[in-house]
Write a protein that binds this ligand. Sequence first.
Ligand code: FAD
Length: 415
Amino acid sequence: MSDALRDRHYDIVIAGGGMIGTSLALALAPLGLRVAVVEAIARKADAQPSFDDRSTALSRSTQRMFEAMGLWDEIVAASTPIRSIHVSDQGRFGFSHIDAEEQGVEGLGYVVINRVLGGVLQSAMTGIPGVDVICPARIVALELAPDEARASIETGNNMCRTLHCNLLVAADGSNSEVREMMGITVQQSHYGQRAVIGNLLPEKKLEHRAFERFTPQGPLALLPVADERAAFVWTVSEQDAERVMALDDDAFLTELQEQFGYRLGAFSRVGKRASYPLMLSKALRLTAARSVLVGNAAHGLHPVSAQGFNLGMRDVAALCDCIADARDDTQSLDPGARELLQRYTEWRRSDQKKLVRFTDGLVRLFGSPRRPLRTLRNFGMLGFDLIPGVRSMFAKHTMGLAGRLPRLSRGVPLE
Ligand SMILES: Cc1cc2nc3c(=O)[nH]c(=O)nc-3n(C[C@H](O)[C@H](O)[C@H](O)COP(=O)(O)OP(=O)(O)OC[C@H]3O[C@@H](n4cnc5c(N)ncnc54)[C@H](O)[C@@H]3O)c2cc1C
């Protein structure tokens, strides 16, 4: 770390330079604040855990945010649009279908590989005036005083420094250590499942269709990506995950095909696989003195509805709105003021709660072999298609357009 960084006071220190922390730093740029992003993992290829081989379905509200931030052209060039979603339940006839045209939009979402998105975000970070990226470094202790937050950071060469700031933002993911340092309790429940991810080549083209198939083990999603490949997210039970990961490519494809069926013809050429434990986590509070949670540090969702990152981006948009509004009202901006943080909590709680309930409900409704739930599920699939409003509600959540939206989520730039 250069000497210039040692004694600086920041308006905002962001703990975690993953998908959400980096997006927040970029979104804040027009406000001209002094910002530091502290990221634990060095930016070497393959090392960054947030920008890895997963694919992320970006919702419409996230698209609008990146448009407002001037980054969308680059992101869309590396993304694949989803024009329809096909939802089915293994062992049951029929399916449900959500269509972009029917919803009056061009795409329900866009699929981008995290590593590619990371490349765009990280190169946009270079040269933003007032933003320091301190990496590799981790926050190891936190002191939250009424007038400022003090974050002790340890850098790669075991040097310790203290950063002073008006607001400390925890964007350090589901197992957030900073959240613990803030004294915020988290409710976590494990689904007893792992998501196995990778990509494959289906015989038939996806043609911008995404597929969500509910199986007794858990949901299986196929998303359209570049080169006519499909990115899969296959939920398997915790006990079976090791065996599934150890299968050779042919055996793996045979099992995946059994779960998905032949709607897209035969599967071939599976790429590198990785697996992730799945849990639901909810922070019991979103703020402490001079500090706030965003992204997975605040809420961790099952990937069934592809909404974790999108929900985190709405945290980013709301926090930016609260900060921009405070700047409008007063001459001297304090981004860690208590009223500002209160406003953020009030705004974000309902969206987060609704999406946690919706996502968890989907997992439990479609994942359970219990008879009453199966009956409800039959009705659910029917209701999905027949009850007016249900399908469009699902589509609205998928697009991130439910509830009151902050400026950036509506595509309105901050300046
Ligand atoms: C299989 C799978 C598929 C998914 N698909 C989708 C999808 O299609 N759409 C969607 O919206 N969401 C999806 N998600 C969810 C999405 O990936 C997460 O919500 C998102 O990555 C959260 O980003 P984050 O920046 O909050 O946390 P993370 O990605 O966990 O990043 C946290 C960062 O903080 C750093 N860090 C940790 N501790 C410290 C410390 N003490 N000091 C400094 N830095 C620290 C880490 O190195 C990391 O870079 C999926 C998740 C999974 C598992």
